[in-house]
Design a protein around this ligand. Structure first.
Ligand code: ZN
Ligand code: ZN
Length: 389
């Protein structure tokens, strides 16, 4: 089959590779119809995530059709149209049973690598380095899905592929960001980053009861979508002092909750940005935490900061004193997609959330390297590129 493979920093190639096979009775093979790029892939391509190897297939957000099932697969059959959660749950460990799917203890066969970094493991992830299991990703014609009964969800007939594909990752990640904010009716929520996850977090915050959502980015097209599709008020951080603007908009208090939908490669302005970039390029600091710092400073006393952007390493200049004295709650995690997908399908069917506008570029798999170039540079008003093999 054909697949988009990693060959080094900013070096992606479409190659012919071996077809996946059923390895365990709980596996299914999915023929991919759509596979989306994700902002977190850029951390891989940029070389910020350890344990990538040449030839690794990228991609973790996808929709397709079941073509083969192992002997233990009960809930799925050939021909089912499914989306697959990007983080793999086993369905029976203590964490999966607690609905904390991204913390699954069993789905990462390379947990020793993750142990070395985090002192524990998280769930395996499709197409996301060897420390999260070395699973082949979805930018390919076929994917093996382990524990398929728990990780693949049949898509209701009324939901088109263009919407459903984002229920794999961008939508549940954004929704979980809003869910972690413990939103009370009337709350004001600020969202940093208006990429796919940020856009979904904006809509989700409204669904969960926010009265106002304020979105922060610097790309005019993304801010336009946040305003028009998400219904957010918007701030361009290159044009305004974000924290002063947020205070002004919230009667001097700051937002009740703040969502970091940016993560470890945050851009910002001024001297701390230069400082973070130098430290990151020297590898004395893996992550650039400008957004996280700003969110902690901006949040009102007693509020919640939810971190959905990906971080991997240590950060410094972390305002612990602010967090502690303002009695903030800091919550985070990789998305527990399996917990949210059925509810998200209902929200899509009722028209309360429509992720389809994230899809700005539909390309063939053969155009993979170009697709990532456009996505990375945010040229052509690109929000999400979806590959169809
Ligand atoms: Zn992702
Ligand atoms: Zn598990």
């Amino acid at each position: 089959m054909r697949a988009l493979c990693y060959h080094g920093v900013n070096d992606l190639r479409v190659e012919t590779v071996k077809d996946p096979e059923i390895l365990r009775p709980g596996d299914a093979i999915v023929r991919v119809r759509m596979s989306s790029v994700c902002g977190s892939d850029l951390h891989l391509i940029g070389g910020y995530v350890p344990t990538m190897q040449r030839g690794d297939i990228l991609g973790h957000e996808f929709l397709g059709e079941i073509v083969e099932t192992g002997a233990d697969v009960k809930r799925l059959s050939r021909g089912d149209r499914v989306i697959v959660c990007s983080l793999i749950g086993c369905g029976h460990c203590d964490y999966c049973k607690r609905d904390l799917w991204s913390l699954c203890d069993n789905s990462n066969p390379n947990h020793a690598m993750m142990d070395a970094l985090l002192g524990d493991t998280i769930a395996g992830v499709f197409g996301y380095s060897h420390m999260t299991g070395g699973y082949a990703g979805s930018h390919a014609e076929y994917v093996r899905v382990p524990y398929a009964d728990h990780n693949a969800f049949k898509v209701p007939e009324g939901i088109p592929d263009e919407s459903a594909v984002f229920a794999s990752d961008a939508l549940p990640t954004g929704f979980m960001g809003a869910d972690l904010c413990n939103i009370k009716p009337g709350d004001v929520v600020a969202v940093w980053g208006c990429g796919g996850v940020g856009q979904m977090a904006i809509r989700s915050a409204y669904v969960l009861g926010a009265s106002r959502v304020i979105a922060i980015d610097r790309y005019p097209e993304r801010l336009r979508l946040a305003r028009e599709k998400g219904g957010a008020e918007v701030l361009n951080y290159e044009e305004v002092h974000v924290n002063e603007a947020l205070r002004e908009m919230t009667a001097g208090r700051g937002p009740d909750a703040c969502i970091d939908a940016v993560g470890m490669e945050a851009d910002s302005t001024g001297i701390t940005d230069v400082y973070d970039r130098v430290k990151q390029s020297l590898r004395v600091q893996l992550d650039r935490p400008a957004v996280l710092r700003q969110a902690i400073h901006a949040c009102r006393k007693g509020g919640t900061v939810a971190v959905m952007g990906v971080y991997f390493g240590l950060i410094d200049k972390f305002p612990m004193g602010v967090l502690m004295n303002k009695a903030l709650t800091l919550r985070s995690g990789q998305q527990h997609g399996q917990r949210y997908v059925p509810r998200l399908f209902e929200l899509i069917e009722r028209g309360e959330i429509d992720p389809s506008y994230l899809l700005t570029h539909r390309l063939s798999l053969e155009e993979g390297p170009r697709g990532y170039k456009v996505f990375k540079s945010k040229e052509e008003a690109c929000m999400r590129v979806v590959f169809s093999p």
